[in-house]
Design a protein. Structure first.
Length: 323
C-alpha cells in the first residue's frame, strides 16, 4: 500500500527541512555526553530522569491548549503516540545506554550508524520516491562512514568479556530496529495529521513518554538501590532537564518539522548529523583532533548527504499540506 505524505511545496521548504535536520542532529548529539556527566547513575535511571523531565515540561507547555487539542486526538492517534514514544524514546534510550556500557561507544556507533540506510531503503518504497538505485551511492557512503567510526576499536582488543560484547551487540541491534521504526512511523503520522502542529505532536509524545518513564520508577527503586550524594543528584537533575529541553523538546520539534518538509528517503540521511555532532562533541570532550579514519568518516557522512540531495533534485513532492 502506498502512503501519501503531506509536504510543503518549493525548494525553500527543502532548504528549511535540511537546516531543521542539522539543528536536530546538533542537539541530539548532546545526548551522547549525558552518560559521561552522570556516570554514577544507571542507564535505567538516566532514561527515567530524562523522560520524566521531558514529560513534565511538555505537560506544562501543552496545558493552555489542552482543551482545544484533546478533541483532535482520537484513540488511534493515542495508540500511535504510545508506540512512537516507546520505540523512539524509552526503549531506544535504554538499549542505547546498555549497548554503550556493555559493548562500547565504537561498536554502538557502528550499528546505530546504519539507521539512515534502513530508513532510506524503506522510504524508497513510498509513492513517487526516488528509485533505490539512485540512492545507492549515498547508502554506500553512509555505510562506509559507520564502518570508519567503529573500525579501530573493533579491530583492537575486546573491551570486555565476550558475553558482555554479545549482549551489547544485541542491545545496539535492538536500538537500530527501534529508532528506525520510530523514524518511519513518525514521518508517516506527521504526513497524515495536517490538523496537529509539529510542536503539539512533539509535546504529546513527551507527555506519553513521561507516563512511560513513571512506570519504570518501581523497577529502578527495586533493583537499583545504590546510594548517591546530594551533589550527584543535583548534577543528575540539571543534566536530565538540560537534555529534556534541548534534545527532547527543541531537537524533536526540529525533527518533526523537517519530517513534514522532506521525503522519507531524505529524512533518513538527516540522522547522520546526530552521529557527526556526537563525534565533534566527543573530540572537544577528549581535547583531541580526529584521526585519519574519523576524518574519513566525516567526509563520507558529508558525501552521503550531498549525494542524496543530488538524487532528490527535482523530485521533492509539491503538495500543499499544512506544516
Amino acid at each position: 500500500m502506498q502512503i501519501a505524505i503531506v509536504r510543503r511545496p518549493g525548494g525553500n521548504a527543502t532548504l528549511a527541512g535540511i537546516f531543521c535536520g542539522i539543528g536536530a542532529g546538533a542537539l541530539w548529539g548532546l545526548v551522547f555526553l549525558a552518560p559521561e556527566l552522570t556516570r554514577a547513575f544507571s542507564p535505567l535511571q538516566q532514561t527515567i530522569g530524562r523522560y520524566l523531565a521531558y514529560g513534565l515540561i511538555s505537560a506544562v507547555m501543552l496545558a493552555p491548549r489542552w482543551k482545544r487539542l484533546l478533541p483532535r486526538i482520537t484513540r488511534r492517534e493515542w495508540l500511535a503516540l504510545g508506540w512512537l514514544a516507546l520505540a523512539g524514546n524509552t526503549l531506544y534510550y535504554i538499549l542505547l545506554s546498555g549497548a554503550v556500557r556493555l559493548g562500547g561507544i565504537a561498536m554502538t556507533s557502528l550499528v546505530v550508524g546504519f539507521i539512515p540506510v534502513a530508513v532510506t531503503i524503506v522510504g524508497s518504497r513510498d509513492a513517487d520516491a526516488v528509485p533505490l538505485r539512485r540512492l545507492l551511492p549515498s547508502l554506500l557512503l553512509c555505510a562506509g562512514g559507520a564502518i570508519c567510526i567503529g573500525w579501530q576499536t573493533l579491530a583492537g582488543p575486546a573491551s570486555g568479556p565476550l558475553g558482555a560484547q554479545l549482549a551489547g551487540l544485541l542491545c545496539a541491534i535492538g536500538a537500530l530496529a527501534a529508532w528506525s521504526a520510530y523514524a518511519i512511523g513518525n514521518s508517516r503520522w506527521l504526513g497524515r495529521l495536517a490538523h496537529v502542529s509539529a510542536q503539539d505532536w512533539t509535546l504529546l509524545i513527551g507527555v506519553v513518554t513521561g507516563a512511560q518513564a513513571l512506570l519504570l520508577v518501581p523497577a529502578s527503586l527495586l533493583f537499583e538501590r545504590v546510594p548517591h550524594e546530594a551533589a550527584d543528584w543535583g548534577r543528575f537533575a540539571m543534566v536530565s532537564i538540560g537534555v529534556a529541553v534541548l534534545a527532547s523538546i527543541v531537537g524533536n520539534l526540529l525533527w518533526n518539522r523537517m519530517s513534514r518538509l522532506l521525503p522519507l528517503t531524505l529524512v533518513g540521511q538527516m540522522i547522520l548529523f546526530e552521529t557527526m555532532f556526537a563525534l565533534i562533541y566527543g573530540f572537544f570532550w577528549e581535547r583531541r583532533l580526529p584521526d585519519v579514519l574519523e576524518f574519513a568518516a566525516f567526509a563520507m557522512v558529508v558525501g552521503s548527504v550531498l549525494s542524496c540531495l543530488a538524487a532528490h533534485r527535482g523530485r521533492i513532492p509539491r503538495d500543499t499540506g499544512h506544516g
